[in-house]
Design a protein around this ligand. Structure first.
Ligand code: 13P
Ligand code: SF4
Length: 311
């Protein structure tokens, strides 16, 4: 029974006792973002996880992010407040099916979005995030055949924008897939001067209206540096917390999903992490990421390639 506990003070005490660092993604609840040592996008979180000298990484994000931290820092204990914090992109790409897809295209390299399991990373040549994909693609010769998985929208966006022919795995993010073009057009009509920032996991009918397409970090930077006073945000709306903190005089509007009356633009996996679960995880050092050394060794190669190529 955690009632009566001062969770913030307890988390802080345990963090010191354990020599832990708390890393959080922009889609986490505001109270988690506020107590984290670092909040970032997938690429910056990977860099932090690889560089930290803490003994314990408390990862407030989803499982593939915590696994990435473990793979890059295998000697560290990596805890995730809720082990059920998965990702629909990971679910869409079972390793055995991905292995068969690769085997059917032996002359292709596998450029793989970081939103996938460790086993799929182990089957890949280079990992990318939404902020590093274009820099990495630029270093791959034009005549090199490429398989891109598991996000077909990010892959399709890259293929169109950089005129690259890529074989796409048919995965989607259930959150970005749900953004409504009708609702976006209504918002644009109400706020004709407001630019639109969208994540590349959005389908083309959203991307086509965007003034900026980029990672969560790129969306945040754009929202803060734009001279506009109102910004329309087509990604998971918890990132708006950072925008409002940094620019309280501006208005940031999250684009609704579905018919505008659902919470389907919120990531149900990210939402599983709570302060209570973070406290328990720091106290018990559970749930903890455990991966086979063999998978980690193989998955580290394409991840380190990403860090090197992304600069
Ligand atoms: P970023 O790398 O842009 O933070 O994206 C992570 C993610 O899961 C988006 O849905
Ligand atoms: Fe996965 Fe989408 Fe959630 Fe990101 S927002 S973690 S891609 S389900």
């Amino acid at each position: 029974d955690l009632r009566g506990l001062d969770l913030l003070a307890e988390i802080d005490r345990l963090k010191r006792e354990r020599n832990a660092v708390i890393l959080a993604h922009y889609y986490q609840k505001p109270e988690i973002q506020d107590l984290a040592d670092f909040v970032g996008d997938s690429l910056d979180l990977s860099r932090k996880a690889a560089a930290t000298d803490a003994d314990v990484i408390a990862f407030c994000g989803v499982r593939f992010m915590a696994e990435t931290a473990k793979i890059l820092s295998p000697q560290k204990t990596v805890i995730l407040p809720d082990m059920d914090a998965g990702c629909s992109l990971e679910d869409s790409c079972p390793p055995d099916q991905f292995a068969a897809f690769r085997a059917a295209h032996p002359d292709h390299i596998a450029l793989t979005y970081i939103n996938c399991s460790a086993a799929v990373k182990a089957l890949s040549d280079i990992i990318v995030t939404s902020s590093s994909a274009h820099i990495i693609l630029d270093q791959i010769p034009k005549d090199q055949k490429i398989i891109f998985g598991p996000d077909r929208h990010l892959g399709g966006y890259l293929a169109r924008k950089f005129d690259r022919d890529m074989l796409l795995w048919p995965g989607i993010c259930i959150v970005h897939q749900a953004f409504s073009e009708t609702e976006l057009l209504k918002l644009k009509a109400e706020h004709p001067d407001a630019p639109v920032a969208a994540h590349p996991e959005c389908p083309p009918h959203i991307i086509d209206h965007a003034d900026l397409v980029g990672s969560t970090k790129a969306i945040l930077d754009f929202a803060l540096s734009s001279p506009a006073n109102t910004i329309l945000v087509a990604t998971e709306p918890h990132i708006i917390h950072q925008m409002e903190k940094a620019a309280p005089h501006k208005t940031f509007i999250g684009v609704p999903g579905g018919d505008g009356n659902c919470n389907c633009n919120m990531c149900p996996y990210m939402a599983l992490n709570t302060l209570e679960k973070l406290y328990v995880a720091l106290r018990d050092l559970q749930p903890r990421i455990e991966l086979s050394p063999e998978i980690m060794d193989r998955a580290r190669v394409p991840l380190e390639r990403m860090l090197e190529m992304a600069g």
